[in-house]
Design a protein around this ligand. Sequence first.
Ligand code: CP
Length: 338
Amino acid sequence: MSEFTGNHILTVNQFNRDAIEKVFDVAHTMQPYARRQKRTTVLDGAILGNLFFEPSTRTRVSFGTAFNLLGGEVRETTGMSSSALAKGESLYDTARVLSGYSDIIAMRHPAAGSVAEFAEGSRVPVINGGDGANEHPTQALLDLFTIKREVEYQGKGIDGLHIAMIGDLRYGRTVHSLSRLLCLYKNVRFTLVSPKELAMPQPIIEAIENAGHQLTVTEQLEGNLDVDICYQTRIQEERFPSQEEANRYRGKFRLNQSIYTRHFQSRTVIMHPLPRDSRAEANELDNDLNLNPNLAIFRQTDNGVLVRMALFALTLGVENLVTKYERDVIWHSNKSSD
Ligand code: CP
């Protein structure tokens, strides 16, 4: 049993450095199961309610994959129109009903604060898979896990990190949650690059300043930046008041190999929560970066499974039983891993 057992995961504000290290330690132990080198059935009989009321590829599928890899079953609800929410049912009632069918629930919803409201009606732990422009705590944890691994490889830690966050910092919930987690570390330098209209919200700026971190706010990339992590984001068009307004910013923050070479160091790690908008008019992370060894975007998505397995194991209190219910696999993948 840990401080996680039976609790919701709704915001990064629940975490301190010790709790983050606990998640990362458990995530490391999940590697053989995530790579299908071994099986564990520690969650045999358990059911995940995976409720996604907003589009998702990696968060939805990696929650489901993580739960399956621990031996549990997944029941999915996708889209508002296929749920009784479309008939006016409250989040509270939906939570009371669905928590009767599940042992744990992962949920994404377009309204800020909706997952916390849902959790009030739930009799099982609820994990926030993204609530509007507000938070995406599990993405922030997998991003931080990735940052730690990437900079450790260069002999560094998260303390003293220099991170550039680029693009839509107003509506991009991943940068909100990641910034708050980074406030728990020491001497972090933030370079925030966005148009004024898409600037990081003031409460997060204040959290960065109150943590004593160095902060540079600019509207465009300038000069050669001594940056460890370049964290690129997508223009979150679904959160803009109109498509015309979103179009104004599309394509303004492209990153390709030549821009990378001009503004960053040869060691700078490139991250993006994905999806990247690869349409010609946006092309925010060009395919010509695909062979750049510092492009960590697909290591982020792989790490997402490890971190979500760890969160399930901790929240359901089985983190110390995973090896007890371990067995060999019959089918072996020939796929190479990064
Ligand atoms: N990063 C992320 O949340 O991706 P999805 O929208 O595909 O889940």
